[in-house]
Design a protein around this ligand. Structure first.
Ligand code: PAF
Length: 279
């Protein structure tokens, strides 16, 4: 069932007995989203999916306008996956008036991806808090692909006691390693070949784990440098080895979990990817 207004959502949600798993999305659903929905379905009595392109988390107006909107196809995927409610509100449903109160994600929201996209994590966390309030889920499912988003949401839930269990779902990749993303559809064939350097760099880093944190970065970096000379070139934004809970860069000699995260542009498309590692 697809609902648009908050009133219809509340009515439909009220009719769902048992536990509810929530998959918030911005639509343009692909197999990575299907995986989130499947995990959610195994873990609760009902799944609710939201489809909402949140203007608050976009820096550039052009990027917001360019974001793919494919509600009909998204609803068909949700139907096939047995989703109970697809919540597809309009901007004025979610933001009926300018916000006076919103979420600040602090330092965590300003570093790494947050440095490249000022305001992004505040806007993302604000809409996630609002969607949690609207859907009232028991659990919510997020992709590991957006590792810093996941870390910020875990912290949001803890710091504001939102009472939702956050579940991370591993990244789904094409057979050649490219992480699935709604933005992949913008890549030409040549751009896609160049973009493979992101996952290649991460896999090279993973192979170097026995040598420690510095060896991981030293193995991953040249892959990006070589791709920067390709045609079309990769324009790397960052490559970091970070604490998965805070996204602070880890120290040399680090022991324990870490996430190797990369962002780069190919043509007009900005891509991110990461791999969780254990030292
Ligand atoms: O990951 C996304 O698609 C978005 O950031 C989210 C979590 C749906 C919030 O708009």
């Amino acid at each position: 069932m697809i609902v648009h207004s908050l009133a219809d959502l509340a009515r439909a949600r009220g009719r769902l007995p048992g536990t509810v798993a929530f998959v918030p999305t911005m639509g343009a659903l692909h197999d990575g989203h299907r995986e989130l929905i499947r995990w959610a379905g195994k873990d609760a009595d009902h799944v609710v999916v939201s489809v909402f392109v949140n203007p608050l988390q976009f820096g550039e107006q052009a990027d917001l306008e360019r974001y793919p909107r494919t509600l009909e196809a998204d609803a068909a995927i949700c139907d096939a996956e047995g989703v109970a409610i697809v919540f597809a509100p309009s901007v004025s449903d979610v933001y009926p008036r300018p916000l006076e109160v919103s979420v600040s994600t602090g330092r965590m929201g300003r570093i790494v991806e947050g440095e490249a996209r000022p305001g992004h994590f505040d806007g993302m966390a604000t809409v996630v808090a609002k969607l949690f309030g609207m859907v009232r889920p028991d659990k919510a499912f997020f992709g590991q692909k957006d590792a810093q988003q996941l870390a910020v949401i875990r912290r949001l839930v803890e710091d504001l006691n939102l009472g939702v269990e956050v579940v991370a779902v591993p990244t789904v990749r094409e057979p050649d390693g490219l992480a699935l993303s709604s933005r992949n559809r913008f890549l030409s064939g040549e751009e896609r070949s160049t973009a493979l350097a992101l996952s290649r760099a991460l896999f090279a880093g993973r192979d170097a784990v026995p040598g420690g944190a510095e060896a991981v970065l030293a193995a991953a970096r040249p892959v990006l440098e070589e791709a920067a000379t390709a045609e079309p070139p990769l324009l790397p934004d960052y490559l970091v080895l970070a604490d998965p809970a805070t996204f602070d860069p880890v120290e040399p000699g680090h022991r324990g979990p870490a996430v190797l995260a990369v962002a780069a542009r190919v043509g007009a498309t900005r891509l991110i990817d990461n791999l969780p590692l254990e030292f």
